[in-house]
Design a protein around this ligand. Sequence first.
Ligand SMILES: C[S@@+](CC[C@H](N)C(=O)[O-])C[C@H]1O[C@@H](n2cnc3c(N)ncnc32)[C@H](O)[C@@H]1O
Length: 225
Amino acid sequence: MREVYSKRHRRDWRSRLWRALQPPPPYIHNPQEPLDFPLGRWNLYVGGAGARPEGYVNLDLFAVPGVDIAADAERLPFPDGLFARIECDAVLEHVSNAEGVVAELSRVLAPGGYMHVVTPFCHPFHQYPRDFRRFTLDGLKLLGGSDLELVAEGWRTGPTATLLVFFLEYVKLLLPWKLWRVAAHGILGWLLFPLRYLDLLLLRSENARILGNHCYLWWRKKQVI
Ligand SMILES: C[S@@+](CC[C@H](N)C(=O)[O-])C[C@H]1O[C@@H](n2cnc3c(N)ncnc32)[C@H](O)[C@@H]1O
């Protein structure tokens, strides 16, 4: 995993050229997803290896550049109620005990604080470093304990993202050599990415959930009276 992250940030000209040639992602984010719940003095980003999320303590299993604390989200090294906001984006499919992680995140969230969770539904197998499960929105909601109230829910990426990511992976499965797979990813990625904008239309429908790619929800921790 460390090698994967370090490759993404190498600064030699070959690596920079390589990154510049990469096609745009085959998905766009739903503009209806709320992102502006308040930050506080201390905020936690879970699973941000390879990123530097500004304003957050960045926690990940791996101590790579950008990570502030290397720890397992199942046993967080923080006191109760420390964080005003928590981001947990595309992590719960990689932990062995998703319910336990949500309970642990809820423990370190301050009363009145906000937790944003994003998880894949129709998405290819991908190991970081393991891959255990997928979530519907209803399944994701079940993970929240009685101290969390739901304040928003929906789909971040839609049916077209699903089709494109599966199609790209399917074509790569047919190709025996890595060089061919890399070329196919580049060429098809550039040709097909404009289709991603169809999701702006599809995500307006309730039925987007049938083939949704990633779903999100926001919880607020209840105030103790
Ligand atoms: C799919 S990546 C998500 C990266 C980023 N949040 C994003 O959406 O681009 C999953 C991340 O979760 C981390 N991770 C996996 N299991 C973890 C655990 N038990 N505790 C903390 N981080 C974990 C991985 O190392 C990886 O960086």
